[in-house]
Design a protein around this ligand. Structure first.
Ligand SMILES: *Cc1c(COP(=O)(O)O)cnc(C)c1O
Length: 368
């Protein structure tokens, strides 16, 4: 079996053992160390570690002081945490359709979705490729919108040399299967001293000094045990990302010309970090997306459908008061892509032989 992800954190043992021996296992010096390393990777003044990627998104929205009825524009093609975070922060969600070229929010659709109550633009850098920040960042500035990036899958990715997560408030996930992991964890990056300070107070029950509450906070703290797991990966992130890039190039070279298959593109000026390698199985392919997925699994090739439907197309969101427009027909590109997207293994633990097996099996199943 060639799995879709492999989690390898063996080299964290010494640091984790150090934390265990110290007896101080909650938020402390290891978290600060992770934050320093993360800020360096993200190219930002600040990195605030939290307990997961969802609370990173919630915290980022909460320090922007949104009022009920304020709107956040985001992508309909994302993991559900993006949507749940906006709902939890009390804002109203507006969806702008995606582009099938980068699977991220389409700047033209953002313009159409912007109204008088719009306060935040929240692009999702899906699969590890940055959204079109060259257009989205000026657009946000023009309309006076805060930028909150869902960079959960995009640690290390760049747009014209600028890091994903450095355009406003950058939200990262350090969940087990992400490119950098602490098992569960998250980070918010930014250059703004005041927002970073508010985030630190917010994550600690609103306390700067013990029992002096400055705001209604929460417990979003990361533990030193978790931080110790992530630090070695940040140190070797470049090598890990290079391995992902190599694997993606091998897959694209090997799968080129497969009938009915659309391969992922790296758009000009963007550095992709290949959290996922995602193809579109089009209507003219010999097998449907779901058939191909099933056959691959049967032949021992791990694969994943990220994500099977647009994020709001579930009963629990249909009449939701914070989702005024939950109609998939308004986001036709995302709806079509969700029916065709299939991710293949691209992780750093793949051998050259594994890559050959993935390529040969896909080509064989699709009659190439
Ligand atoms: C993983 C992920 C999140 C949430 O992160 P958790 O750490 O699982 O809470 C948010 N958005 C996207 C796009 C993700 O992939």
């Amino acid at each position: 079996m060639i799995p879709i992800t492999v989690v390898d954190v063996r080299d964290a043992e010494p640091l984790v053992a150090e934390v265990l021996r110290s007896g101080a296992i909650a938020q402390g010096p290891m978290v600060r160390r992770l934050e320093t390393a993360f800020a360096e990777v993200a190219g930002t003044r600040h990195a605030v570690a939290v307990n997961n990627g969802t609370t990173a998104l919630i915290g980022a929205l909460r320090v922007l002081d949104l009022r009920p009825g304020d709107e956040v524009i985001t992508s309909p093609f994302t993991f559900v945490a993006t949507l749940n975070a906006i709902l939890q922060a009390g804002a109203t969600v507006r969806f702008a359709d995606i582009s099938a070229d980068d699977f991220a929010i389409d700047p033209d659709k953002v313009v159409a979705a912007t109204g008088p109550r719009t306060k935040v633009l929240m692009p999702v850098h899906l699969y590890g490729q940055p959204a079109d920040m060259g257009k989205l960042a000026p657009l946000a500035a023009e309309h006076g919108l805060h930028v909150v990036e869902d960079a959960a899958q995009a640690v290390g990715a760049t747009f014209e040399g600028r890091q994903a997560g450095s355009y406003g408030l950058g939200c990262f996930s350090l969940y087990a299967t992400k490119n950098v992991t602490t098992a569960e964890g998250g980070v918010i990056t930014c250059d703004d001293d005041e927002l970073a300070d508010r985030l630190r107070v917010l994550r600690n029950q609103g306390m700067r000094t013990r029992y002096q509450y400055e705001m209604a906070g929460n417990n979003y703290r990361m533990t030193d045990l978790h931080a110790a797991v992530g630090i070695p990966q940040l140190e070797k992130l470049e090598a890990l990302t290079t391995a992902r890039r190599h694997n993606a190039q091998r897959l694209s070279a090997g799968l080129a010309g497969t009938p009915g298959l659309r391969l992922p593109a790296v758009l000009p000026g963007r550095e992709h970090v290949w959290h996922q390698y995602t193809v579109l199985v089009g209507p003219h392919a010999m097998l449907s997306r779901d058939e191909l997925a099933e056959q691959l699994t049967a032949r021992g090739i791990g694969n994943g459908v990220y994500y099977p439907k647009v994020v709001f197309d579930y009963d629990c969101y249909r009449e939701h008061p914070q989702i005024p427009d939950a109609s998939p027909s308004n986001v036709p590109v995302a709806t079509a892509v969700a029916a065709e997207a299939l991710s293949l293994p691209v992780h750093p633990a793949l051998s050259e032989a594994d890559l050959d097996t993935v390529i040969e099996t896909v080509r064989d199943l699709l009659g190439a």
